[in-house]
Design a binder for this molecule. Structure first.
Ligand code: SAH
Ligand code: SF4
Length: 343
């Protein structure tokens, strides 16, 4: 691949149209190209049979389509969650993360780099092709590595590219963006024409404890985040999900549950409880199932919709908070498919 070739995976349709025009080609080919790249997972111009031979040769000379590959050196990770009733792809927006949450292995890595829009959308492109989902509806959760609002522009561009009707046509209703609550980012998001569902990683009910567990809370405290949520322009029938990682003996008491219910009053909210996925290097433990149930019951008694996240992927270290760059090759094909990686 020559460095001078333009990578179409990073471009939306208007950008491809301009690139074609600049080379004296017809703009409408941009739509055909999108269909090949996103709907048919074809990235080799030679195979794009509805384009003339001449055009294919010209495209191959000037353009390329860089696609995340399954490799042993792991850089970014995307996880495929075979789920009922619909499939969910969990994708990353950064390599590592700068937020430094104390219970999260990705946070321990620090931020290595932002992913580009093409790399973010590319995870979906490859997962959809690998799982035979190109012509089916699936959900996307931005819950892999990274803080999406800390890589705002590339994340939103990726969502626009995935939404394009000539490509995968993913509805924003099927996308959930999970964030620690960077208030200026939330305010920007409130004005997006393509607005994903919102999940806020809350994890604590006092500023003192939240600042400890989720350091960005020092800058954007609970009251500011919750006020922004109260004003957030939600679509009909939609609600904000509040994620709450349960850490044994730290934030899982009945008193915490009651305080959480009070904090969320007046917000169209649902709560997703996530019993900690423990890992070496994480100084917290997972509470017992009884303790989790008790916490959930207190919220339910206060008319909150509660779900408890079943963690998958712990055996392959692909569960929440366990995405981390490490060496070594995974052995089984299933494991390799579960993780899409890019060097
Ligand atoms: N940075 C964003 C999105 C990625 S993290 C965010 O924090 O919201 C996605 C979810 O995984 C978050 O709710 C996060 O708190 C949770 N998580 C992180 N580490 C975890 C762990 N060790 N066990 C369980 N959930 C974890
Ligand atoms: Fe970053 Fe989310 Fe992990 Fe916190 S939980 S360190 S924001 S990836």
């Amino acid at each position: 691949m020559s460095a001078s070739r333009l990578n179409l995976a990073e471009l939306d349709i208007p950008e491809i149209e301009s690139a074609l025009e600049a080379r004296g080609c017809e703009r409408f080919h941009a739509r055909q190209l999108y269909r090949w790249i996103y709907k048919r997972a074809v990235v080799d111009f030679e195979t794009m049979t509805d384009l003339s031979k001449d055009l294919r040769a010209r495209l191959a000379a000037d353009f390329e389509v860089v696609t995340p590959k399954v490799v042993s050196e792991r850089r970014i990770e995307a996880v495929f969650i075979p789920d009922t009733p619909s499939m969910t792809f969990c994708i990353s927006t950064q390599v590592g993360c700068a937020m430094g949450c104390g219970f999260c292995l990705t946070g321990k890595m620090g931020l290595v780099r932002n992913l580009t829009a093409g790399e973010i959308a590319g995870q979906v492109r490859v997962l959809a092709a690998a799982t035979g989902m190109l012509d089916h509806r699936f959900n996307i959760v931005l819950m892999g590595m990274g803080e999406p609002l800390h890589n705002y522009d590339q994340t939103m561009k990726a969502l626009r590219m995935l939404h394009d009707e000539h490509g995968l046509a993913v509805s924003p209703r099927r996308v959930t963006l999970s964030t620690v609550g960077i208030v200026p980012g939330l305010q920007r998001l409130a004005h997006e024409p393509l607005m994903p569902n919102l999940a806020i990683s809350l994890h604590a009910t006092t500023d003192e404890q939240r600042s400890e567990l989720v350091p960005p809370n020092r800058k954007y405290p609970l009251a500011d985040i919750l006020e922004t949520c109260r004003r957030f322009p939600l679509k009909k029938r939609s609600r904000i999900t509040f994620e709450y990682v349960l850490l044994a003996g730290v934030n899982d008491s009945p008193e915490d549950a009651r305080r959480l219910a009070r904090l969320l009053s007046g917000i169209k909210a649902k709560v997703n409880l996530i019993p900690l996925n423990p890992a070496p290097g994480i100084p917290y433990e997972r509470p017992s199932d009884e303790r989790v149930d008790r916490f959930a019951q207190i919220l339910a008694d206060r008319h909150l919709t509660v779900s408890v996240r079943k963690s998958r992927g712990q055996d392959i270290r692909a569960a929440c908070g366990q995405l981390i760059v490490e060496g070594g090759v995974r052995k089984s094909a299933a494991q390799q498919m579960a993780s899409l990686l890019q060097s």
